[in-house]
Design a protein around this ligand. Structure first.
Ligand code: SIN
Length: 534
């Protein structure tokens, strides 16, 4: 049983997070960052008090239905990437708290998995309704801790909540099979059963949707979860968990621990009660988790890094290609695993496309996500900006040319100019690795075969995009691309109703859609014998 110390448990159910807004002299300053400049139109303090009043600001972990501190009361700071201000202090947890959360999830599994599918469905539906009812607050929370523009953050809430709605419905469609028996006195059945306790490790770029995409199907199937959100963006996860409690989802079904990532990860891996790890994040960490899961032979689902090619053929509609590339590249300031990482452009349309894209990029307004009209927020932290800078330096030193942008934005902090860079070659870092920033590198190709070869010349295989008006080519190239997702004449293709996932080193398994359920189900074969006797 879970042994939580009473003193660690928050007394009032609706206790607010300790929001600590700091004067500017306490702002986190990066060694080489230009000075902070502000252009916030929505008052950040009023966002905080509104969130506080709604009871959605939480600072403790959620274990067995109780909000608890870390045993040693350690905390970690959450920052607003647009301003560097400390937004909140949240509990910094480790192995002990994770083991408590696992025990709670294990206890809860026995009753949650025995509910009828219709009962679980109703809980999920109530959770969905609450997520939508609190769309504004959740969107503001996402902008506050992650930095994406408010409009995009609100879009993430709808997208993220959509997984809970979809899986509320899908819960009722977990069908088994009856297999025609080779022997007359036997009846053969296949049952689908929940895998058990799931450890869910999620990233900072989609603080809500990457959680609901995992937890929705897990709960629908009858699993219980221990969520470890990114330490950079835990507030949205905690708010979503609070709403799960308000929806009546029983204690222990949803648990959240955050803090010491290696300790939490090791505890999840070591536990024999955790039967599955689902992870979205870097390929390097995914490989470690996959190896670690071997010790207890756990199932793993991995959504890892991409290196998405965006192929623009001569026969593409120029406007559609520019609009689609803009969307595929600059969503969340280039910080998604499915963002176009290389833009391969056929020689006949290259100049026209490069000019049109550069012109479109000039119009992207950069700034604090709370400012009206801003479509490009800050990068998540200084390390992210340095990475972009090093990739640009590498490309320029090897002959690439900046068409637009190419440096930190005059706003300072972690703002980077949306950038278009031409004459990029396959050997440059921009082509080999995921930039995770607002940089569109243009590569030139001559033939369809060359484009396919360039596109597939990577260990990654998550998303790819093609722009063409030739229907035969769209089929041919879609089939030839070694990727889990392909967008044709479209730059944003993620949806809860379609399978999301990669091949090669971009991951294992699928999320979203009916396929996302399989990841949380075991297949059990039952043989009934002696069926001919009376
Ligand atoms: C991701 O970046 O991992 C997710 C992006 C999406 O769901 O579209």
């Amino acid at each position: 049983m879970n042994t939580l110390k009473a003193s660690r448990i928050s007394t009032a159910a609706g206790r607010f997070a300790k929001l600590i807004w700091r004067p500017s002299h306490l702002v986190r300053v990066h060694a080489s960052a230009p000075p902070l400049t502000r252009q916030i139109s929505m008052d950040a303090q009023s966002v905080a008090s509104r969130l506080s009043n709604s009871g959605l600001l939480r600072s403790q972990g959620l274990i067995g239905g109780k909000w608890v501190d870390a045993y040693d009361r350690k905390t970690l700071k959450v920052y607003n990437p647009a301003t560097g201000e400390v937004v909140a202090d949240v509990s910094c947890m480790g192995g002990r708290e994770t083991n408590d959360a696992i025990s709670s999830a294990y206890d809860a599994f026995h009753s949650w998995s025995k509910l009828t599918a219709a009962e679980r469905s109703r809980f999920l539906r109530r959770w969905y309704d609450l997520l939508i009812a609190h769309r504004e607050e959740l969107g503001q929370l996402i902008t506050l801790e992650q930095g994406k523009p408010l409009k995009e953050a609100l879009g993430e809430v709808s997208y993220g909540a959509g997984f809970i709605e979809f899986y509320a419905e899908e819960a009722k469609r977990v069908y088994g099979d009856i297999i025609p028996s080779p022997l007359a006195d036997r009846r053969l059945f296949v049952l689908k059963q929940p895998v058990g306790v799931v450890g869910s490790i999620t990233p900072w770029n989609f603080p809500l949707a990457m959680i609901t995409r995992k937890v929705g199907p897990a709960l629908a199937c009858g699993c219980t979860v221990v969520i470890k959100p990114s330490e950079l963006t835990p507030l949205t996860a905690l708010a979503a968990a609070e709403l799960s409690l308000q929806a009546g989802i029983p204690p222990g079904v949803v648990n959240v621990v955050m803090g010491n990532a290696p300790e939490i990860g090791d505890s999840l891996l070591a536990s024999t009660q955790v039967r599955k790890i689902t992870f979205t994040g870097s390929t390097a960490v995914g490989k470690k988790l996959m190896t670690g899961a071997g010790g207890t032979v756990k199932r793993v689902s991995l959504e890892l890094g991409g290196n998405a090619p965006c192929i623009v053929f001569d026969d593409a509609d120029l406007d559609v290609a520019v609009k689609g590339t803009l969307a595929a590249k600059f969503r969340n300031s280039g910080q998604t695993c499915v963002c176009a990482n290389r833009v391969l452009v056929q020689e006949g349309i290259y100049e026209k496309f490069a000019n049109a894209l550069s012109k479109a990029v000039q119009n992207l307004q950069v700034g604090d996500g709370f400012t009206e009209g801003v479509v490009q927020g800050p990068l998540i932290n200084e390390a992210a900006v340095r990475k972009v800078e090093s990739f640009i330096e590498d490309a320029i030193s090897k002959g690439a040319k900046i068409l637009h942008g190419g440096k930190r934005h005059s706003l300072g902090m972690t703002f980077y100019e949306p950038t278009v860079i031409s004459d990029v070659k396959s050997e440059m870092l921009l082509s080999r690795e995921e930039v995770f920033g607002p940089v569109a590198p243009l590569l030139r190709f001559k033939t369809e075969d060359e484009a396919i070869h360039l596109a597939n010349d990577t260990n990654a295989g998550l998303a790819a995009y093609i722009f063409t008006n030739n229907m035969q080519r769209s089929w041919r190239v879609s089939e030839a691309l070694e990727y889990g997702l392909v967008g044709v004449n479209e730059g944003i293709i993620s949806t809860e109703v379609a399978p999301f996932g990669g091949i090669k080193q971009s991951g294992l398994g699928r999320e979203g859609s009916k396929y996302g359920m399989d990841e949380y189900l075991e297949v059990k074969y039952v043989c009934l014998g002696n069926m001919n006797s009376n």
